[in-house]
Design a protein. Sequence first.
Length: 280
Amino acid sequence: MLAFIQYPHLNPVIVQLGPIAIRWYGLAYVAGLAICYQILVRMVKAGTLPMTREDLSDLIGWLALGVVGGGRAGWWLFYHRAEAGVVEPWWEPFAIWHGGMSFHGGLIGVTLALVIWTRVKKIPLWPVADVAARLTPIGLFFGRIANFINAELVGRPTTVPWGVIFPEDAATGLARHPSQLYEAALEGPALFLSLYLWHRFIGRRYSGSTAAMFLVVYGIFRFVVEFTREPDVQLGYIAWGWLTMGQLLSAVIVLVGLILLAWRMTRPQMAPEQPMTQTT
């Protein structure tokens, strides 16, 4: 009999204060945002980000709305399926406390927020987009770790020795890929390093190309790791007996990223910004 890893039974709630529960998932978002904010503040002070401290605070609010609004809308459009015979209240699409967020939807929401905000503030879009792309892996890493703590978005059944027996499979002893940790490694450190190297040696000369490369690399990583992730129960496979919704959406953003990259590579900057390592 194979020896698998027993899920450590981590409590998703850190502390309960009456009706208020502080959860690891929420803390992950706060930690990612706090780290990114400190890096951005240093960049503003160093003059490598074209905005003021007040602009930065305003931008964070816009991006937060983009993440939540886009993430919820994306989940509702791409993933949500009402149970047969169940009539949902009209406000259900806005009930973020019921769970259900889509990264691809959040990406669209953040993109729209960033485009509108830079136009309103008359601040160049592409330098800000490049910085946002380089910092996003930090938040993704913390978010995927929180997914593992919550024992959600579990992987497909496996026989690899590092397979994990999650609580839902405790009775059967079925081991699954710890796909949340695969995603944490790929969407966090691997994506961060890929974008850092691209921006350090190529991207600084082509404004917007780092943001485009984010779409390409993230999309590839997500497409690949989906082969180890259990399809959403309400959708299953959407085509050919293996394609998931996550893979379809990731393929789309890879295509968009390649088109954007080809466009931005034809528009070199006259004065490339300083490397991020000089400001963090």
